[in-house]
Write a protein that binds this ligand. Structure first.
Ligand code: HEC
Length: 133
């Protein structure tokens, strides 16, 4: 009996010594980007491309959007609201945009997207950052 307990403790100690994958910041970042890509494909991709060779989308190209001034992807016919907004796509602005884009910027021509879940926002943001260089 005692031997068994000692054996079990030994196994648990061995497991504890293995760092959990999600504790590794690099692995965790990859997980977020991959989850974000899937969420982006499900919620944004039908209107937005992230690859310059695939510009024929209804919405503006989102490659490089993090840190970009809103309404400045050359050649895209933005709404007046977006073109004249003067905002910069910081992480906070992108979160607010995903949460309630037409509330954040009345007059935008992007149909309402209401992603309120902070984790989903976080994952999509990680993906957008990964395609922003
Ligand atoms: C139904 C189509 C559609 C969907 C779905 C959509 N968008 Fe958009 N998006 C647009 C359009 C159209 C614009 C241009 C808005 C304007 O000019 O007012 C835009 C603009 C943007 C901009 C501003 C880009 C710039 O160059 O300033 C960002 C950022 C953005 N969308 C992010 C997203 C994200 C993230 C998602 C998914 C959660 C998403 N969009 C889903 C159509 C869409």
């Amino acid at each position: 009996m005692l031997k068994r307990v000692i054996g079990a403790v030994g196994i648990l100690a061995g497991l504890a010594a293995q760092p959990a994958l999600a504790d590794d910041p690099v692995v965790w970042q990859q997980i977020k980007v991959e989850a974000g890509q899937k969420l982006f494909e499900a919620s944004c991709r039908r209107c937005h491309a992230v690859d310059a060779e695939d510009r024929q989308s209804y919405g503006p190209l989102l490659e490089g959007v993090v840190g970009r001034k809103a309404g400045t992807f050359e050649g895209y016919p933005y709404s007046k609201a977006m073109a004249g907004s003067g905002i910069v796509w910081t992480e906070a602005a992108l979160r607010a945009w995903m949460e309630d884009n037409d509330g954040f910027m009345p007059g935008t021509k992007m149909r309402h997207v209401g992603i309120e879940d902070k984790t989903v926002q976080e994952f999509i943001l990680a993906y957008l950052k990964s395609v922003s260089g």
